[in-house]
Design a protein around this ligand. Structure first.
Ligand SMILES: Nc1ncnc2c1ncn2[C@@H]1O[C@H](COP(=O)(O)OP(=O)(O)OP(=O)(O)O)[C@@H](O)[C@H]1O
Ligand SMILES: O=P(O)(O)OC[C@H]1O[C@H](OP(=O)(O)OP(=O)(O)O)[C@H](O)[C@@H]1O
Length: 216
């Protein structure tokens, strides 16, 4: 028995930006049809005819929002965003791409301050981490160029993502504490997971077969 269209068609939220190309390569390896339109155009909604699929291209931090509200059934997003946004979604699979790590960093001669201030794009992750460490700090939210903060005296430490380590090094900062490893995840809307279980399982299964190849 074939399912009605609204139970088969799956909307996938994809993150624009840094992990887009790696995520697209992952989709291709999983056998999904990746059209020129998805790769090259400025369109934000890209249907895949014949495949009962539709992609929406979102800012990475918004992917869990689209999925929580069910306007996307599934989404591809970094663990950092999931930890920070705390959206009510299912985390289905670790795709093991987009590897980076979340760290505490500071100047090489860093010493504990009397009124410690931590600058970050990730205030929830930072607050949770220092609370768990039993340390009282003031967390200052920035939207980018976080490494600037200790250099100009806004904060004594930062919580940020490191991948090559180049940004820290070129700004005279060092990694002080490791918070967690970050990779890209497949997430699902809770209702879609039940109502469109066949289509969601199909994607998850296809992705699962690619994971061992992305490891390493
Ligand atoms: N070196 C890195 N720095 C930041 N994010 C990285 C890095 N390596 C992998 N990632 C992943 O890429 C995602 C961020 O992508 P991107 O920088 O395009 O998003 P953004 O932070 O919304 O962009 P913008 O810089 O425009 O605000 C993160 O959620 C993370 O999982
Ligand atoms: O270890 P690296 O390979 O140097 O990468 C880490 C840098 O990349 C990210 O910044 P991004 O380029 O997204 O710019 P932003 O500072 O505006 O967030 C992150 O916040 C670090 O600053």
């Amino acid at each position: 028995m074939s399912l009605p269209d609204n139970e088969r068609k799956l909307t996938i939220a994809m993150p624009k930006g840094r992990i887009f190309e790696e995520a697209i390569a992952f989709l291709q390896q999983a056998g999904l049809e990746v059209t020129r339109e998805l790769q090259d155009s400025r369109k934000l909604i890209i249907p895949v005819e014949n495949a009962s699929l539709e992609f929406i291209l979102a800012k990475p931090t918004d992917v869990p929002t689209y999925v929580e509200y069910g306007v996307a059934d599934v989404g591809v997003v970094g663990k950092d965003v999931l930890l920070e946004e705390e959206r009510d979604v299912y985390e289905l699979l670790n795709l093991e791409i987009g590897y980076c790590r979340m760290v505490v960093a500071g100047l090489g001669d860093w010493k504990p301050a009397e009124a410690p201030r931590v600058a970050t794009k990730y205030p929830r992750i930072a607050s949770r981490y220092f609370r768990e460490q039993g340390q009282q700090v003031e967390v200052i939210k920035l939207n980018g160029s976080v490494e600037l903060a200790p250099l100009i005296g806004l904060a004594d430490r930062i919580v940020d993502i490191v991948s090559t380590g180049r940004t820290l090094k070129e700004n005279g900062l060092v990694e002080l504490e490791h918070i967690c490893e970050i990779t890209t995840r497949l997430i699902a809307n809770r209702a879609s997971y039940r109502m469109k279980s066949e289509a969601v399982d199909d994607i998850a299964q296809k992705f699962l077969e690619v994971v061992p190849r992305s490891r390493g």
